[in-house]
Design a protein around this ligand. Structure first.
Ligand code: MG
Length: 371
């Protein structure tokens, strides 16, 4: 290479290198973000029944973080189990709106520490704010969030598709709708468990992952039910007993042969060690419990460091939250990221699923398109 070519190459490299530096530049002191929220009613395709509730729709909190001509989208799905709802989440965001608007988003660590100090609970709302800022940061850098975290999108796992509790004919129809998914997730934990599994098994031979949603309230019942599930082609059981029943986990685990995954028992980083010590084999991490993408990533790293199986789940949500969670999915053993597939009026297009495998969008940030 002669000197002229070298200078040309060096110049081009310099120009390319200057792009992220521009993106990283601190907003000027007059630059303020605009933060908007609204409550969106997501209509469910089927009535959704678990041990916790039965519903036709879910209200979620949408957050838009707008700065420098870029909009970051966030969503939180507050649920009764954690004593949160969309209105209380919206009020939580309003209470820190000025802080969000005036703080440099590149200082997200400091910003979130301050938000968390000011806002008790409201983890779904915190997640909505975190997702919106992370989407904004990714867009500002011009890279998808999986790249921000150094992850290979080709390593994204398959996701299960959840079959909610229902009458046998509806279960059959749901399984037909889930024909592209190689593994199904089935909700149990009520007195109708036998019928539910029988309905599923009458319609498919696919491997199942079963979620009892804290439904079995004594350890003997949990062992009996899990031993029975072992004869039904089930890979693992999620949250068989109430979250507070930590001491019973080892007793149950020593009498069954399948992994036991914590969900309701594992909300935030400190719970990961608690669950490992209790004898759970793995943890199901959700952005709405953790308070966003950043805390979910932290939990995944702690769980992996402790040798636990890792799983990413979601609430009933639009493609906004589900895509944000999916960005971390190359890190996990199991994914249950189907919340967006359960609704009829998704406002976004983002993550997709091909023969069960999670396909991450390639656009910057979350790579969402408005529908
Ligand atoms: Mg669960």
């Amino acid at each position: 290479m002669n000197r002229r070519d070298w200078l040309k190459t060096a110049g081009a490299l310099g120009a390319a290198a200057s792009l992220p530096l521009d993106a990283l530049a601190l907003p000027d002191s007059n630059s303020h973000a605009k933060v908007e929220t609204d409550i969106k009613r997501l209509n469910l395709r089927h009535t959704w029944t678990t041990t916790m509730s039965s519903s036709e729709y879910r209200d979620v909190l949408m957050v838009r973080y707008m700065r420098d001509g870029i909009t970051g989208y966030g969503e939180g799905a507050p649920i009764v189990r954690y004593k949160e709802d969309a209105k209380s989440g919206q009020a939580a965001v309003a209470s820190v709106n000025e802080l969000l608007a005036s703080t440099n988003p590149w200082h997200i660590e400091v910003l979130e520490a301050e938000i968390w100090k000011r806002v008790p609970g409201e983890w779904a709302a915190k997640s909505a704010m975190d997702i919106a800022i992370m989407d904004w940061l990714g867009k500002k850098l011009g890279i998808p969030l999986y790249q921000y975290y150094g992850l290979d999108p080709a390593a994204a796992p398959i996701t299960t598709f959840s079959i909610g509790m229902d009458k046998p004919d509806v279960v059959k129809q749901k399984i037909e709708e889930a024909k592209d998914f190689p593994v199904l997730k089935v909700k149990v934990g009520l007195s109708t468990d036998d019928e539910m599994i029988a309905s599923v098994r009458a319609a498919t031979k696919k491997p199942l992952r079963v979620d009892a949603n804290e439904g079995w309230t004594n350890k003997e019942e949990a062992v009996r039910k899990i031993n029975w599930l072992e004869t039904q082609g089930v890979e693992f059981i999620e949250q068989p007993m109430p979250a507070a029943m930590l001491e019973e986990v080892k007793w149950v685990r020593s009498r069954v042969h399948m992994p036991i995954i914590a969900d309701e028992a594992c909300e935030r980083p400190a719970d990961v060690l608690k669950c490992a010590n209790a004898g759970y084999d793995g943890v199901n991490i959700k952005l709405d419990k953790a308070g966003g993408v950043r805390n979910a990533y932290k939990m995944l790293q702690i769980a992996k460091g402790l040798g636990l199986k890792t799983m990413l789940g979601c609430m009933v949500s639009s493609s906004c939250t589900v895509t944000a969670a999916a960005m971390l999915s190359p890190l996990v053993d199991y994914a249950d990221l189907d919340g967006n597939l359960l609704i009829a009026n998704d406002p976004f297009q983002g993550v997709s699923v091909k023969e069960g495998k999670i396909i991450l969008p390639k656009g910057p940030g979350l790579g969402l398109k408005m529908l």
